[in-house]
Design a protein around this ligand. Structure first.
Ligand code: NI
Length: 174
């Protein structure tokens, strides 16, 4: 199966708000598998369905060193977030090559369904907590660069446009 295409900022489709998943069935599991494959291929630690132009509340994550601990969150809800926050550097598969600081809760508790439709509650801290918050933002149509100043965002848009032109040139050359 070919990997899915990841939308790039500032594609307006990244700002759509995802709808709840109606049923955890084989069709959804096929999408989950393709999203995991796409995330691993792109060497990311998380991918929200929004980023592959599917506007449903679905996230895949793997923050393990060995890249063998996939976490699937269907209809995730953050039920608790620590008031303690920390500024940490983030990147995003939809904004390649850009890394900048975002303030996030140190720990979160999230409730979601897994790939079998079973309810799970995850208590996360560190990189996993950051990743969950970043991916949950995608489901709300929010990309991390929107936390940055307008000046920085403008520069990022210019860089993304340049990258797009380079990619198109590369594609033409075959
Ligand atoms: Ni992202």
């Amino acid at each position: 199966m070919p990997a899915l295409t990841i939308l790039r900022y500032p594609d307006p489709r990244l700002h759509k708000v995802a709808q709840p998943v109606a049923a955890v069935d084989d069709r959804l599991r096929e999408l989950i598998d393709r999203m995991l494959e796409t995330m691993y291929e792109a060497q990311g630690i998380g991918l929200a369905a929004t980023q592959v132009d599917v506007h449903q509340r679905l996230i895949v994550i793997d923050v393990s060193e060995e890249r063998n601990e996939p976490l699937v969150l269907v209809n995730p809800e953050i039920v608790w977030a620590s008031p303690d926050k920390r500024l940490g550097e983030e990147g995003c598969l939809s904004v390649p090559g850009i890394y900048d600081g975002v303030e996030r809760s140190l720990a979160v508790k999230v409730r979601a369904l897994d790939r079998e439709g079973r309810e799970q509650t995850i208590e996360a801290e560190g990189i996993l907590a950051v990743c969950i918050q970043h991916e949950m933002d995608h489901l709300q149509g929010k990309v991390f660069v929107e936390y940055l100043s307008m000046f920085k965002r403008g520069r990022i848009k210019t860089k993304m446009a340049k990258l797009q032109r380079e990619d198109e040139r590369y594609a033409q050359q075959g």
